[in-house]
Design a binder for this molecule. Structure first.
Ligand code: AMP
Length: 192
């Protein structure tokens, strides 16, 4: 099973992707997590990406395309994978289509989580409060200014992907406003 999750920041892509990894026994490939780990390791990619990420902007297509292409060659992706946070621009989607074709792979579905924007800011604030309560480290881009920028980037560059995948017939839209279990059940229903 090869899936993409689409949706604005805070829509619940990561939460749902995690739940599906257990159900299907395939890894969740979050480009955000991969980039945060590159930043933590202070690798070349991490150094280039840090300021852009902190400002809530998108890292260059070339960087993420290469990271994803390498990652999906790993043995744990043989049965499939769930892309969470990639592709995020139309050029990334075109690069992914080409990459999968070259590797002889096909996407099964693109799941778009639809959510209302007012709820997203509340979710980001809740995520920060929960992380602090658990003694964890808050993401450096989980602050109102960077979050607003991430939403703008989404509207401008990522939202057009819905049309891209509607044209290919792979788009499945799910109401992301319901509680976590209801959203999971709805995703399983559209995938069945
Ligand atoms: P996320 O954890 O998916 O919210 O991603 C956090 C940040 O990582 C984003 O705001 C971007 O700066 C960067 N990022 C993650 N995935 C991508 C991508 N596919 N293209 C460009 N930038 C990305």
């Amino acid at each position: 099973m090869r899936l993409i999750f689409l949706g604005p920041p805070g829509a619940g892509k990561g939460t749902q992707a995690k739940l599906l990894t257990e159900r299907y026994g395939i890894p969740q490939l979050s480009t955000g997590d991969m980039l945060r780990s590159a930043v933590a390791q202070q690798s070349e990619v991490g150094k280039r990406a840090k300021a852009v990420m902190d400002a809530g902007q998108l890292v260059s297509d070339d960087i993420v395309n290469e990271i994803v292409s390498d990652r999906i060659d790993a043995p744990d992706c043989a049965k499939g994978f769930i892309l969470d946070g990639y592709p995020r621009t139309v050029p990334q989607a075109i690069a992914l289509d080409r990459m999968l074709e070259e590797k002889g792979l096909k996407l099964d579905a693109v799941i778009e989580l639809k959510v209302d924007e007012a709820a997203l800011v509340r979710r980001m604030e809740n995520r920060v409060a929960e992380t602090v309560a658990a003694g964890g480290t808050v993401r450096s881009d989980d602050n109102p200014e960077a979050f607003r920028r991430r939403l703008e980037e989404y509207r401008e560059k990522t939202a057009p992907l819905s049309q891209h995948y509607a044209r290919t017939g792979q788009l499945k839209t799910v109401d992301g406003m319901a509680d976590v279990d209801t959203v999971t059940a709805e995703i399983e229903r559209v995938l069945a």
